[in-house]
Write a protein that binds this ligand. Structure first.
Ligand SMILES: Nc1ncnc2c1ncn2[C@@H]1O[C@H](COP(=O)(O)OP(=O)(O)OP(=O)(O)O)[C@@H](O)[C@H]1O
Length: 469
């Protein structure tokens, strides 16, 4: 079984809050399954004066009873304290304890006054305390409403140094691959492209098995641990799933513009705002813009499902049980494997963008590398730099060597990119080609002759990601 992986920055921040002599308030939030509970428990492993409480959706009285039981195992004297949240928290925190309320939103659902009670404590009763209160939440909307946004009772109370606001994201490629260390680069990209960086989804994998076997056992098999996972999570988060599912399915089929996605879902674009907003708030989808435009004014917005496992599920599993039964043992080979290079190509593009700053250390990028598109033309990697060079790249995750046609198309599309360097004038364009399976001879010859073309193989991408980790 894999040990606790990574999260070094988050652990360091929590530890310095615990060790501080002042009262500290931390909030940890992020999608379900991302590893909030594992992170806090790991951070408490050597702490004695720490009360960990996992809230559940139950009655207020039961919640309080359970909290009291958790607290009593650390501080038996608490049995004599009046059993009210404010009094109990005051007692523990004035005694410099660490108190973790995991899934804080569940407590607020039944005790809506709790955020204001904590605010009162922080402002008046804990001024001389060295305690730490940690709140976690999966419902990002709730965390904003009660803690982070202006007007929220706890607004401005979250510790600033070090930043006690911890938004937990997926593990990086390098960290995620510690779950399958014996895999080679291709298998690792396939694995990251299917299972992403969510520890819970990586845990059931084994590098003794092929990628196909891992997919079959965990996802395709109707008894597999991840077979129903996206559906389970979405049912927990959303009230009425049909329209959400229709939109997500449409995105998984490759629709990216808002009206295309709505149309693919059989909905009118104007009726979908609520659903898009909610999916974004829950971090289930992400929007992107061409890297050369101002995101606040552009209409060239694209959406996609954020979590790779959810993308996989909507593309290959949802509503397709019959097909898999028909293909039996060959289901993976027949229905999934032929489409995988295309399916993970978006992940490969992202990894290439992530590797770019390390691959081109002499350039300072004006923003994080992105992509570019306009009117049916697109470029996978685009990075404006402060010195006026514009890096433009194409990525191919096919099993064939990258051919000259890709370079020719990239040069043609580059003509359409509008970007003015900070010092004015026209950019110097440099081309980068990224390939899983090498480059055709004509491309290698071109690269040998010109100094505005760099070829990057899969191993170089992976090495660059490792060295930045
Ligand atoms: N950094 C990590 N290294 C190894 N395993 C991890 C890590 N983080 C989480 N896990 C494992 O992933 C699973 C899910 O993590 P956890 O329960 O902490 O997520 P969560 O965000 O609290 O989820 P939920 O909101 O669904 O309760 C657990 O089995 C946990 O052990």
């Amino acid at each position: 079984m894999t040990r606790f992986v990574d999260r070094a920055d988050e652990l360091a921040r929590l530890e310095s809050l615990y060790d501080s002599d002042d009262f500290e308030l931390a909030v940890i939030y992020g999608r379900r399954r991302i590893g909030k509970t594992a992170l806090v428990l790991h951070s408490l492993r050597d702490r004695e004066n720490a009360v960990y409480h996992q809230a559940t959706q139950t009655t207020p009285a039961t919640q309080l009873d359970r909290f009291l039981a958790d607290a009593a195992s650390v501080d038996p004297g608490i049995e004599d304290v009046r059993p009210e949240w404010e009094t109990l928290l005051k007692h523990l925190l004035q005694d410099d304890a660490i108190v973790v309320l995991d899934e804080f939103p569940y407590l607020v659902e039944t005790t809506p006054s709790l955020p204001s009670e904590i605010q009162r404590l922080v402002d008046h009763e804990l001024v001389d305390s060295g305690g730490t209160l940690v709140l976690t939440g999966s419902s990002i909307g709730m965390v904003h409403e009660h803690v982070l946004d202006g007007g929220a009772p706890l607004y401005g109370r979250v510790s600033q140094t070090p930043n006690g606001r911890i938004e937990l994201a997926q593990l990086s490629f390098d960290a995620a691959m510690r779950f399958v260390p014996a895999y080679g680069p291709e298998e690792q990209v396939f694995t990251y492209g299917i299972f992403g960086g969510t520890p819970r989804y990586l845990r059931p994998l084994s590098d003794d098995r092929s990628v196909g076997e891992n997919v079959s056992r965990t996802l395709l098999d109707s008894e597999g641990p991840l077979h129903d996972e996206p559906e389970t999570v979405l049912q927990m988060e959303l009230d009425e799933v049909n329209r959400f599912f229709a939109l997500l399915e449409s995105m998984a089929r490759g629709n990216r513009a808002r009206n295309e996605i709505a149309q693919g879902a059989g909905l009118q674009s104007r009726d979908t705002s609520y659903y898009f907003d909610r999916l974004e708030t829950l971090d289930l989808i992400e929007r992107t813009h061409p890297v050369t435009v101002d995101p606040t004014t552009t209409r060239r917005t694209r959406y996609r499902i954020r979590d790779p496992l959810f993308r996989f599920w909507f593309r290959f599993i949802h509503g397709q049980a019959g097909r898999y039964e028909l293909h039996g043992e060959n289901a993976y080979a027949d229905l999934v494997e032929p489409h995988l290079p295309d399916f993970v190509s978006g992940t490969f593009e992202r990894l290439c963008r992530d590797a770019l700053p390390t691959l081109f250390p002499s350039y300072t990028m004006t923003r994080y590398p992105g992509a570019w598109w306009y009117d049916g033309h697109e470029i996978d990697v685009a990075a404006p730099t402060t010195g006026g060079t514009l890096l433009l790249g194409e990525c191919k995750f096919t099993s064939q060597p990258l051919g000259y046609d890709v370079l020719a198309q990239l040069e043609e599309d580059a003509e359409r990119v509008r970007w003015t360097p900070p010092a004015g004038g026209d950019p110097d364009v440099e081309y980068v080609l990224f390939a899983r399976s090498g480059f055709a001879r004509s491309v290698r010859e071109a690269a040998a002759e010109r100094n505005d073309l760099t070829l990057v193989g899969l191993d170089d991408v992976i090495d660059a990601l490792r060295s930045t980790a």
